[in-house]
Design a protein around this ligand. Structure first.
Ligand code: NAG
Ligand code: NAG
Ligand code: NAG
Ligand code: NAG
Length: 278
């Protein structure tokens, strides 16, 4: 039996249940939160507590606070299925303390044409500071009119988005006025041999290699399962930071296993709908 309203977001979890209605506000259920629009000031960030995944988009916009107030928050967020927008949030210098573990922006919805990461008119931002970000799966990057923003040339954006075509990075702090110095320890290098980093404290993480299929021998070091995104703690599909496709009982898989149901959720957050997969 299938009941689907309008579903935009791909499935990230498999469950074994049929249809479960839940209250409209079910944030923080299993670390999965609904889209969040942070306005006014840093105190609103507390709504992100315990969110590991945002199903939908995250906007931090039209807000003001002191740099210390913004720095007072740190969240386990690893994944945003929609886009990330930063617009006119004053006092915010870096996301480094707030989202140290944000690994994947799926870009299942965009803002302004086809942007999945948009940083616009952020007067105090000095560095973006997303040291764990390895993948923007759909969509492009727009970083515009941020007069103090540096560390943009030290990121290989083409490794995060699929190539750099369509990215717009303009009218930020002129790079000759930027320190753009990477940590002393050796960071990965761009094709031109430049060190890649998010700040003078964090290197850019580039995807590690995929492990061979039969990973029981010695040939499995410094590699991750092909089901992983953003790295892993071991060679298997249970060891991923973020699953490329779906997650079932902590295991990353290409599809939900037979007899289980995909977990879907609408944009409107009226229901969770579970879809019987044959
Ligand atoms: C923004 O917040 C800072 C720190 O709380 C405060 O000093 C400043 O007056 C605020 N600015 C505006 C325009 O509200
Ligand atoms: C940081 O958070 C703590 C606890 O929530 C609060 O007591 C403190 O005033 C906050 N500091 C700033 C600078 O906002
Ligand atoms: C980020 O991930 C690391 C490693 O898993 C963990 O130790 C740390 O507590 C996480 N940070 C936050 C803010 O959750
Ligand atoms: C990446 O972009 C190229 C063309 O620029 C396209 O052919 C390819 O399918 C894209 N890959 C993914 C994973 O989207």
């Amino acid at each position: 039996m299938v009941t689907i309203l309008t579903v935009y977001l791909t499935v990230v979890f498999c469950l074994s249940a049929i249809i479960r209605e839940v209250p409209a506000q079910s944030e923080n259920d299993n670390g999965i939160c609904s889209r969040m629009y942070i306005r006014n000031g840093p105190q609103e960030l507390s709504r992100l507590e315990n969110c590991r995944v945002i199903e939908g988009s995250l906007q931090i916009a039209l807000a003001n606070g002191s740099t210390d107030q913004w720095k007072n928050f740190s969240f386990p967020l690893r994944e945003i299925t929609g886009y990330l927008l930063l617009y006119d949030a004053r006092g915010l210098q870096s996301l480094r303390h707030i989202f140290p573990n944000l690994t994947v922006i799926r870009g299942q919805e965009f803002i302004h044409n086809n942007y999945a990461l948009l940083v616009n008119d952020m007067p105090d931002m000095q560095e973006i500071g997303l040291p764990s970000l390895t993948n923007i799966l759909n969509g492009k990057v727009w970083i515009y009119n941020n007069q103090n923003l540096c560390y943009l040339e030290t990121i290989d954006w083409g490794k995060i988005t699929n190539g750099t075509q369509g990215n717009g990075i303009k009218k930020n702090k002129p790079s000759e006025q930027c320190p753009n110095t990477c940590p002393l320890k050796s960071c990965p290098k761009s094709d031109q041999g430049l060190s890649l980093c998010w700040s003078n404290e964090d290197c850019q993480k580039v995807q590690v290699k995929t492990c061979p299929e039969d990973c029981d021998g010695q040939n499995c070091e410094d590699c991750c399962s092909d089901q992983c995104l953003g790295g892993c703690t071991g060679p298997g599909p249970r060891d991923c930071f973020v699953c490329k496709h779906v997650e079932y009982n902590g295991l990353c898989m290409s599809n939900c296993p037979a007899g289980t149901y995909m977990y879907l959720k609408t944009h409107y957050q009226q229901f969770f709908l579970l879809f019987h997969k044959h």
